[in-house]
Design a protein around this ligand. Structure first.
Ligand SMILES: C[S@@+](CC[C@H](N)C(=O)[O-])C[C@H]1O[C@@H](n2cnc3c(N)ncnc32)[C@H](O)[C@@H]1O
Length: 278
């Protein structure tokens, strides 16, 4: 991948701005699959079209239980922007410490808070102040006293070494311009024997026009690396026994064909693909 035309700082600012703007405005999925069309790899992530049949329904499709969702503040569910359900694959137990990287409006933290119970602790970390504020409000509404939300960046987490039993993250690391730093931090904060469960977007062979698009970065696409590089990065940071537990595969050209007019990212894809795949 060639370097994008913008700096790491610019990427972060754009991501922050996008999520600050998204909160409260566009309930539904960030990168969520539609029932008839599996994973939208990035795409117009974080902006459900007004007519999007997935609006407000992503959390259920991602495998969150109905009962579980009913117990949460509606705002936390409606403002979920994930691309999976990391807790579905995590054996979180009472008394443990869970860290959620890029916790957004708090959906996964609030579910984790129930699982760890009063003797456990959940930390949500997010670099967008508006998300932290919203997550704190949702935690208050849920009456969750064992969860705290810390402002901070995944590349330099404000978390003590060796203190986390389960690190979870839902559709965040693809947005980081410095993934090796995030992977190092993941390894640093885990307790010996600590585990991770991460949902994220990976992508193979993205067209260069997408890699260079700021919209595609903030839309969870341009920053996506391949599954092999993702696993390699985690291994290089010192994590062991890694397993991909579930995949939703989407062929971009199918999505482009079925939704040709969804914003700047699809326009770019169309421009790049026309003549080769279209
Ligand atoms: C796609 S949203 C997912 C939010 C949440 N995990 C969920 O499932 O609803 C990405 C979130 O990660 C945060 N984020 C992105 N890059 C980050 C970074 N480098 N460090 C900390 N937070 C980050 C954004 O502010 C945003 O809240």
């Amino acid at each position: 991948m060639t370097d994008p035309a913008f700096s790491e700082q610019e990427i972060k600012e754009s991501v922050r701005k996008r999520y600050a703007g998204a909160i409260g405005k566009s309930p539904g999925s960030c990168c969520g699959p539609a029932p008839s069309q599996p994973m939208q790899i990035g795409g117009s992530c974080c902006r459900a079209a007004p007519s999007d049949p997935m609006k407000g329904k992503f959390a259920a499709v991602a495998g969150y239980g109905d009962e579980e969702l009913k117990r949460l503040p509606a705002d936390a569910v409606q403002n979920s922007f994930g691309c999976g359900n990391p807790l579905a694959f995590a054996g979180v137990r009472a008394g443990q410490t869970v860290l959620d990287i890029g916790s957004g409006a708090g959906i996964d933290c609030l579910i984790a808070a129930e699982r760890v119970g009063p003797t456990g602790k959940v930390i949500g970390l997010d670099m967008t102040p508006e998300m932290i504020e919203r997550a704190r409000r949702n935690a208050r509404e849920a009456g969750a006293t064992n969860v705290e939300f810390r402002p901070g960046e995944a590349e330099k987490m404000p978390v003590e070494d060796g203190t986390v039993d389960w690190l979870i993250s839902n559709c965040v690391i693809n947005l980081s311009p410095d993934k090796p730093a995030v992977f190092q931090e993941v390894a640093r904060v885990l307790k010996p024997g600590g585990r991770i469960s991460i949902s994220d977007i990976v992508a193979e062979d993205l067209p260069e026009a997408i890699r260079q698009s700021r919209d595609a970065w903030t839309g969870c696409l341009a920053g996506a690396i391949s599954e092999a590089d993702y696993v390699k990065g985690l291994k290089e940071a010192g994590l062991r026994d890694l397993r991909v537990t579930s995949r939703i595969v989407c062929h971009i050209q199918d999505r482009v064909r079925s939704q040709p007019a969804q914003g700047a990212v699809w326009q770019l894809l169309l421009r790049d693909l026309r003549g080769s795949w279209a």
